[in-house]
Ligand binder design. Structure first.
Ligand SMILES: [Zn+2]
Length: 188
């Protein structure tokens, strides 16, 4: 299996933004998560507008792009801000990680998600690392979907809604066989 192909057939922008997530350091973890249906999720945590890559590849008109982050309205929107430094999404990380009782730090000033991952892994007991790996895939995915819902469906950013969806998705992954989440998920 291609380690960068990954679940959930709901990726908006799939034509114009074929690379969303690039986490080669988690490729082995993906391989253990079963068959893959759906989109390529590869994401470069690079500075710069998130749609640059799509615009250069596609002859179609550019997709809507907001210069300021819709979730916090404080900083220019780029993928590093969205996933690592946005105060809104950092709170979502905190909610998700603390709900799982993982001792990993919330992303802060990390240069990339891989840098954060190494910091988080070092702070996490080996027995909990599978859950941390799964959270490292799931939380950015849910942030990305929430961001897209704000852009395309014009919903109002809601930390409560995002956190609830993160927890629901974690439960779904556990039911689907995710061993890391099964180990740490609080009883409902
Ligand atoms: Zn933000």
């Amino acid at each position: 299996m291609d380690g960068q192909r990954y679940l959930l057939g709901e990726v908006l922008l799939s034509g114009n933004l074929p690379r969303i997530f690039d986490m080669p350091f988690l490729a082995a973890h993906l391989e253990g998560m079963g068959p893959v249906e759906g989109q390529v999720l590869s994401l470069a945590c690079e500075p710069g507008p998130m749609l640059d890559r799509g615009q250069t590849r596609s002859p179609r008109p550019p997709l809507p792009h907001h210069t300021r982050c819709l979730l916090c309205d404080q900083e220019p929107e780029n993928i590093r801000h969205l996933l690592l430094t946005c105060p809104f999404t950092r709170q979502a990380w905190h909610e998700g990680l603390s709900w799982l009782r993982l001792p990993a730090p919330t992303p802060e000033h990390d240069a990339s998600i891989q840098d954060w991952w190494m910091r988080a892994r070092d702070a996490t007991p080996p027995s909990l690392c599978k859950a941390l790996r799964s959270a490292t895939l799931l939380v950015p995915w849910m942030i990305w979907k929430h961001r897209n819902a704000c852009v395309f469906d014009h919903i109002t950013p809601s930390l409560v809604e995002l956190s609830d969806k993160i927890k629901d998705e974690m439960r779904c992954w556990a039911r689907a066989g995710d061993k890391g989440f099964r180990l740490v998920l609080p009883p409902s």
